[in-house]
Design a protein around this ligand. Structure first.
Ligand SMILES: Nc1ncnc2c1ncn2[C@@H]1O[C@H](COP(=O)(O)OP(=O)(O)OP(=O)(O)O)[C@@H](O)[C@H]1O
Length: 264
């Protein structure tokens, strides 16, 4: 499904600002895997997501989705294959457009140009059904401007839009981090439901250690551009936050330096 081999990324090579972001990363995900990603500041988590999404090209190695090298794919193919939700609820939606218009845009995403963004009765019925699944009352607000929604509502909409086209890979980039605990819990629940319901292959970066253990069937830990620990579903079942932090210290030789860490 997703295959990274020998992936490396260096910023500002040869300059005093040189930064090694990824070093010889190997990662293989099976269809339906839900992998949580944790690590210290600057470990390379965002660079990993950017490289998988094709936003950044690796300096060495390659990323394949279903056997195809991602960087060779045209933009519309990539956006059909990859859904992404960012930390900032503002990032995934267009605030001046209505919920219905945003959904229509997401619906057309990944399809060849020329496809209408317009909303017809059939599409509207589909949108209503999808919004009802979220269970937060957005189905009654199709014509509301998205800029009027709360952060949690926008993030729920972003999640729906990112998964509309049944992407091959779903990338969640600290997508609950900017929300208050109740909203974060809501988005976590919706994430679990959508990922399990659609059997999506998912990578989720989180600073919440408890969430990283509780969600998904695999956990990877990054430090200084490398994957330093890969935890199986079995091991995750009995793993505590203290043990996870202990493992980080044992392998990296340092305490986890993450200024946004949430223990649980
Ligand atoms: N565009 C860029 N230009 C230069 N250096 C960069 C750039 N993006 C990332 N880096 C550097 O690459 C390294 C990895 O950064 P990255 O953002 O991937 O880490 P991260 O694990 O997501 O960190 P955090 O948890 O702090 O957000 C860091 O040293 C960072 O400073």
């Amino acid at each position: 499904m997703l295959q990274l081999s020998h992936v490396s990324k260096l910023f500002n090579p040869g300059s005093p600002d040189e930064k090694i972001a990824l070093i010889d990363i190997h990662l293989s995900l099976k269809p339906g895997d839900f992998v949580t990603v944790i690590g210290s500041n600057g470990a390379g988590k965002s660079t990993l997501m950017n490289t998988i999404s094709g936003v950044m090209t690796p300096d060495a190695g390659e990323v394949r989705i279903n056997g195809e090298v991602i960087h060779h794919l045209p933009e519309h193919e990539r956006s059909r294959w990859i859904g992404r939700v960012f930390q900032d609820p503002m990032a995934g939606t267009a605030p001046r457009m209505t919920i219905e218009e945003n959904l229509s845009m997401a619906y057309a995403r990944g399809k060849k140009r020329g496809l209408s963004f317009g909303v017809n009765a059939k599409k509207r019925a589909f949108f209503l059904e999808q919004l009802q699944r979220l269970g937060i009352g957005l189905e009654g607000r199709l014509r509301a401007k998205v800029g009027m929604l709360s952060g949690g509502e926008r993030q729920a909409l972003s999640l729906l839009m990112a998964t509309f086209t049944q992407p091959q890979i779903l990338l969640l980039d600290e997508h609950t981090a900017a929300l208050d605990p109740a909203r974060a819990e809501l988005i976590t629940r919706l994430t679990k439901e959508i990922v399990a319901g659609m059997k999506l292959t998912t990578l989720m970066v989180t600073h919440n250690m408890e969430q990283a253990i509780r969600l998904g069937n695999r956990l990877i830990m990054m430090d200084k551009g490398r994957i330093i620990l890969d935890v199986s579903e079995e091991r995750k079942k009995t793993l505590s936050v203290e043990q996870l932090l202990g493992e980080f210290e044992r392998i990296s030789g340092n305490k986890l330096s993450d200024d946004r860490v949430v223990l649980g």
